[in-house]
Write a protein that binds this ligand. Structure first.
Ligand code: HEC
Ligand code: HEC
Ligand code: HEC
Ligand code: HEC
Length: 451
């Protein structure tokens, strides 16, 4: 008699557990489980109470994740048509917005109206998206596996606050890096990590020291967290500044260049050494949309007569190194699928001076060609980005031209950064600000050329 009762109990508890987890859907399974009207608009939060945070958020990429020109072009011109043609990547038509417009995704609006139609999808990553996330499902935060529970309660970092507009509840999860990781780690349909900012952070030194994403991207300052609230010493600023803030990118890496000799004659061989120290990012640099980010080292010498000589980086001989030296190569052929150009030959891969060293993670399509379509990435080549607090060393060996004029020769190392390669921006007609070249840092040394 005892066994059936036990069985019934176990069955009942399993049923309860499944009901419970069913309620808390996350990731792909949460598609269409909510309505737009379940979420407050950012204007509701920002008009009379959280004016300051609203003005900060409005300037950040969080408020433009769905509407920003390049996001619109990549989603509507490449990802949606590709997803409609290739069953392997069909899921991204809905999935892109699990992170870029969570309320459109949760409302099951696939694809949402274009940004010009001014729908609620345009709210992108809004106040109420983040402040009603209660946790994540699974072991690793990735692919929008946050649990969204919109409603009267807004979760925040402090205990016992009273608001006229809603209830508040303290939630430690909001202060964790895992919270950010739900959107800042991504696996594509080929099971490749195509975005791993949180995982890079976790492996690196900052996580061990307890320095979280919020400490660098939501820095704390004295102020009020709402217009009617009292002054606090450490209010989390809603800056979310990153790759789109040149001030955040400048100075990320420190550069030093030195020669192996101070004096040389024309025809001699001189070696210039460059050290690059990543002092500022909590993850790799570049991170995130690494498929399209480029960081490159350009070294040139100016001789006593003012003639400029470009130096090529020395090869180290590691596998995949060909992707890390700027070359006159075609790539990104897989854009032809979405663009109805089956024989698309591709476009210039790098668009920067040939022979420069590029710090990047090459994404490869199923045919092994370099791609900027992260959802079509079947493998990756060697990761040659600069880790947090890592120092990379490069050498430039140069046999001095026989006609080099005597006198001081200056040699300058410049580290440049670009969010999107120029040839891609030109080809897809993305406004050129997305391909703006930002000088991260530079350093100069000199040697004397003897007569
Ligand atoms: C020690 C400070 C520091 C920490 C900790 C840190 N970051 Fe950053 N982050 C930076 C800096 C500096 C940049 C600008 C350079 C760049 O774009 O990589 C940056 C850039 C970014 C970017 C822009 C990447 C791109 O190319 O679009 C994202 C996204 C980002 N961080 C997210 C995070 C997340 C998520 C975490 C936690 C898992 C985190 N950061 C932890 C300093 C930090
Ligand atoms: C990407 C997610 C995200 C978005 C979008 C976001 N917040 Fe926050 N917010 C956070 C996190 C995380 C914290 C807590 C940070 C901490 O304390 O470490 C926070 C803290 C706050 C706090 C408490 C600040 C304090 O220090 O007491 C308020 C109030 C707040 N947010 C309101 C807003 C409003 C209003 C908006 C929209 C204009 C908004 N948030 C958008 C993630 C977000
Ligand atoms: C609901 C998903 C989501 C969550 C949660 C989230 N982000 Fe983001 N974040 C995004 C998206 C989408 C973008 C890309 C915007 C765009 O299209 O460029 C972004 C962009 C960023 C950027 C880059 C800005 C730039 O200038 O390029 C930073 C920095 C950032 N997030 C930090 C954070 C931090 C810190 C947290 C945790 C407190 C966090 N994010 C949580 C979705 C999210
Ligand atoms: C797991 C969350 C997630 C998913 C899914 C996702 N993205 Fe993103 N996306 C981000 C975050 C976070 C950033 C910004 C920060 C960075 O570069 O890491 C970003 C950046 C971008 C950018 C670059 C923005 C810029 O201005 O540089 C584009 C374009 C983009 N995503 C398009 C897409 C498309 C198209 C899809 C679907 C195929 C997609 N994303 C799927 C989270 C996601």
């Amino acid at each position: 008699m005892k066994i059936p009762i036990l069985r019934i109990l176990i069955t009942l508890s399993l049923l309860c557990a499944s009901l419970f987890t069913q309620e808390k859907k996350a990731g792909d399974e949460a598609l269409g489980t909510k309505k737009y009207s379940d979420f407050e608009t950012p204007q509701f939060c920002g008009t009379s109470c959280h004016i300051d945070f609203y003005r900060q958020w409005e300037q950040s990429m969080m408020s433009q994740a769905y509407t920003h020109h390049w996001d619109e072009i990549e989603y509507f011109k490449l990802a949606v048509p590709h997803a409609e043609k290739d069953p392997k990547v069909a899921g991204v038509k809905a999935g892109c917005n699990g992170c870029h417009s969570p309320i459109a995704f949760l409302a099951g609006d696939v694809p949402p109206p274009k940004p010009s139609e001014n729908s609620r999808a345009n709210e992108s990553v809004s106040c109420d998206v983040c402040h009603t996330i209660t946790g994540f499902k699974g072991d690793v935060p990735f692919n929008f596996n946050y649990i969204s529970e919109p409603g009267k309660i807004k979760y925040g970092p402090r205990e016992g606050l009273v608001s006229p507009a809603h209830e508040t509840k303290k939630l430690d999860f909001l202060r964790s890096a895992d919270f950010c990781g739900t959107c800042h780690n991504e696996k594509d349909p080929y099971d490749i990590w195509v975005k791993s900012t949180h995982l890079e952070w976790k492996e690196g030194p900052y996580s061990k020291e307890g320095v979280r994403c919020q400490d660098c991207h939501m820095t704390y300052a004295p102020g009020r967290n709402a217009s009617m609230a009292k002054e606090l010493p450490n209010v989390a600023q809603h800056l979310f500044h990153g790759a789109h803030d040149p001030g955040k990118v400048r100075g990320v890496v420190e550069l030093r260049i030195h020669p192996d000799v101070r004096e040389a004659e024309p025809g001699e061989r001189v070696i210039f050494n460059v050290a690059l120290f990543n002092q500022k990012t909590g993850h790799k640099f570049p991170t995130g949309s690494a498929e399209e980010r480029m960081l490159w080292l350009h070294v040139e010498a100016t001789d006593a007569k003012g003639t400029i000589h470009h130096l090529n980086v020395d090869k180290k001989g590691f596998p995949g190194e060909e992707y890390t030296i700027a070359a006159n190569t075609l790539a990104y052929q897989d854009m032809g699928i979405a663009l109805n150009k089956p024989d698309f030959p591709g476009i210039q891969r790098d668009g920067i001076p040939l022979g420069d060293r590029i710090y990047r993670l090459p994404y490869l399509d199923p045919q092994g060609r370099m791609t900027i379509q992260q959802w079509n990435t079947a493998s990756q080549s060697t990761d040659y980005r600069i880790g947090p607090r890592e120092t990379k060393m490069e050498t430039f060996t140069w046999t001095l031209p026989s006609n080099l004029p005597p006198g001081t020769m200056k040699v300058k190392a410049v580290l440049n950064y670009q969010k999107l390669p120029t040839p891609v921006a030109e080809f897809l007609e993305v406004p050129m600000e997305e391909a703006e070249i930002i000088q991260v840092n530079f350093h100069e040394t000199s040697i004397t050329i003897l007569p």
